[in-house]
Ligand binder design. Structure first.
Ligand code: SER
Length: 317
């Protein structure tokens, strides 16, 4: 592939790793990284980097024109916990930035868009275990409402205007290179830092609150595999369910305790407990398996080992 890739939200948890992975694959100049802020990680400047507010349609257009962008990975969003504090800001940012991108694709300025949805599209009335691809969706967070509306817009632009848009309903994503911000699943990243730094952690979710999760390496691979799959294989244009690992705080704590001597966890549930309680515990992703051969590689213990090994090196620096 020798066409230009644009990443929106390149300094975020997913954007950082996706930018580095795609640059390793296609060369630094093939991947234009953008974000509303300057990167903290200097490697993100090893290729083109532009400041971009994704809610600014004119600025987004001018970057697409300047670099003759082929594929956009749209990774800008305000997540669930922060979204509950700033509902209108979350709605405006999450919706406007997506609609600007879909309009550019409709005009032919972009050939392809990847845009992530989330397990947050589900709600308290959704079947909780092995949640099907098509089911009741009555999200109770602003973030979830914006992602569900976004899914409908993606399908609308695909069917009405032939826009090639692809999407995954990400579970909670666990990574060591960059931290998440403002999500309900963030505890499953924080716990690894605290295990190494303090040997103990206080979870903001209750001990048996299970959620679908995934190690970042699997999520990045899924993202690229779906985006690069032949168009005819991508039968779902709203968003694909994607399953990795499902666990609750007590189970991840036990996994960490196998590798960090004396590690302990207690739980003090806060407002995020209610958000988590409205989401599925596990996901049925047969459509992704069948349509574009999805299969995760990390289980809980292999993820724990990878997180601890990499974080030990990172925290020593
Ligand atoms: N990780 C997200 C959040 O917790 C869910 O997609 O908000």
């Amino acid at each position: 592939m020798n066409s230009t890739i644009l990443i929106l939200g390149a300094c975020g948890q997913i954007g950082t790793e996706l930018t580095l992975t795609l640059r390793a694959k296609y060369g630094n100049n093939a991947v234009i990284a953008t974000d509303i802020r300057e990167p903290l990680m200097k490697e993100l400047k090893n290729g083109p980097f532009e400041l971009l507010d994704a809610s600014d349609a004119i600025a987004m257009r001018s970057i697409c024109e300047k670099y003759n962008v082929h594929t956009m990975y749209h990774l800008v969003a305000m997540l669930s916990a922060t979204g509950e504090k700033f509902p209108m800001k979350a709605w405006d940012l999450n919706m406007q930035s997506l609609l600007h991108a879909l309009e550019l694709a409709k005009e032919g300025l972009l050939s392809k868009i990847f845009w992530p949805s989330s397990i947050a599209v589900f709600g308290p009335t959704t079947p909780k275990r092995e949640t099907p691809q098509q089911t009741i969706m009555e999200p109770s967070t602003v973030y979830g409402i914006s992602k569900l509306a976004g899914e409908r817009w993606c399908e609308y632009y695909a069917s009405k205007y032939g826009v090639d848009v692809r999407s995954i309903r990400y579970p909670g994503l666990i990574s060591w290179k960059s931290q998440p911000g403002g999500g309900t699943t963030d505890y499953a990243v924080e716990i690894y830092y605290k295990a190494l730094e303090e040997g103990r952690y206080t979870s903001f979710l209750s001990e048996h609150r299970a959620l679908p999760m995934m190690y970042m390496d699997d999520a990045i691979r899924a993202t690229i595999e779906l985006t690069e799959a032949p168009a005819k294989q991508v039968k779902i244009r709203s968003s694909y369910n994607l399953a990795g690992i499902s666990f609750d705080p007590i189970t991840i704590a036990k996994s960490i305790a196998k590798y960090v001597d004396g590690f302990t966890m207690d739980c003090q549930a806060d407002f995020r407990e209610e958000i988590a309680a409205s989401w599925p515990e596990s996901i049925d992703d047969r459509s992704a398996q069948e349509d574009w051969n999805w299969s995760p590689t990390f289980d809980l213990d292999s993820m724990t080992q990878a997180m601890l090994t990499n974080l030990k090196v990172k925290l020593r620096k």
